[in-house]
Design a protein around this ligand. Structure first.
Ligand code: NCD
Ligand code: ZN
Length: 348
């Protein structure tokens, strides 16, 4: 196959940031995807319907003019804290401002300092979300410093997720950016209430690649890439046609200066070549016929939405990923696989 046309896909996990960074990265997401679930972890987290409505306005203002971008619809999420008010987020959901709520364990990842310290405090919130069908999106890693960083997802399933689904058997849950075979198996076993997003980078790199030839800050994200056996399990899950797995890039841009630092921050920027990366993986798995389901159908089905009307076409053609992309504040971001050649290209 040298060309493939699929329904316009959606990205179910995106960090669009704000200000100059938003301006720099938004066009890349918008030209590929119909909708995107926008993560709420700004420096001031998006915790209320009013903050979400403001953020959505800033995103739409930053959207470039022109036909290539105007289809784009940002779907807003609520950042859960210990203080989240069940009635307020339910109102935000019912008014169509919030599509879902995101749970970051406190200090699990970038901008999660305001996250949840004790999940039991959110029981009234989960009860309400379960009743109204509002999906809960989980950053599924424990923050216990005693737990090895490579085990934090598996331990989260055992300590937090398993008890949570027993207590809330009808709560719709997305385990975001799964990185382990354990998560794939758990999601499959609880598919009546759960789904998972899978990033492009976790389909491409394992933990050794983070240290290949030296330390590679642009391959560092959270959850961190795991052993090869896990990468293979993710590739199988994504390309299986199984509806409980769908596309979520977790594109997480940071200024190059924050990545290439003594303490480089977590996040991989994949928006500049996301669909091309996924297409290459599905091609390698001989599963290009499963790309549309993963990228454009399973996500809307889980969220109870229609698939997008339009389409996108990818052609088998070599192209070189740029080394860096300029940010209007004078900085830059480095795309995943910068300077390397990819074999699928999105047609304009
Ligand atoms: C994300 C970010 O930079 O906001 N970083 C990451 O490594 N994925 C936060 C997150 O989704 O964990
Ligand atoms: Zn993320």
């Amino acid at each position: 196959m040298t060309e493939i046309t699929i329904r316009r896909p959606d990205d179910w996990h995106v960090h669009l940031r704000d200000d100059a960074m938003l301006e720099a990265v938004l066009p890349y997401t918008a030209r590929q995807f119909g909708r995107a679930i926008v993560m709420p972890n700004l420096a001031e987290p998006v915790t209320t319907p009013a903050l979400a409505a403001d953020y959505r306005r800033r995103i739409l203002q930053a959207l470039p003019e022109g036909k290539a971008y105007q289809h784009f619809v940002p779907l807003m999420t609520c950042y859960l804290t210990d203080e989240t008010d069940a009635a307020q987020i339910a109102e935000g959901y019912e008014d169509g401002v919030f599509v879902a709520a995101k749970l970051y364990p406190a200090n699990a990842t970038t901008n999660s300092a305001h996250g949840v310290t004790d999940i039991t405090r959110l029981e009234p919130v989960f009860t309400k979300m379960q009743a109204i069908g509002m999906p809960l999106l989980l950053h599924g890693e424990v923050t216990d410093p005693e737990i090895d960083i490579f085990d934090r997802e598996a331990v989260y399933i055992e300590r937090v997720l398993n008890p949570l689904i027993k207590e809330f058997p009808k709560l719709k849950i997305v385990m975001e950016h799964v990185t382990t075979k354990d998560a794939v198996e758990f999601v499959r076993a609880h598919r009546d209430q759960m789904a998972a997003t899978i990033t492009a980078h976790h389909l491409i790199i394992n933990r050794s690649h983070v240290f290949e030839g030296g330390i590679n800050p642009h391959r560092y994200c959270l959850p961190i890439a795991k052993r090869e056996v896990h990468r293979l399990a993710l590739r199988e899950a994504a390309s299986s046609g199984d509806a409980c797995f769908f596309l979520g890039t977790d594109t997480a841009p940071h200024p190059v200066s924050d990545k290439e630092a003594a303490c480089g921050c977590a996040g991989i920027f994949t928006a500049a070549n996301a669909l091309e990366l996924y297409a290459q993986v599905f091609d390698e798995e001989n599963a290009l016929d499963k790309l549309e389901g993963f990228a454009a159908l399973h996500g809307p089905a889980f969220y109870g939405m229609d698939a997008n009307e339009g389409s996108v076409t990818l052609v088998k053609e070599d192209w070189r990923v740029p080394g860096t992309i300029a940010v209007p504040d004078g900085g830059s971001v480095r795309p995943f696989r910068a300077g390397q050649t990819l074999s699928w290209k999105l047609k304009d």
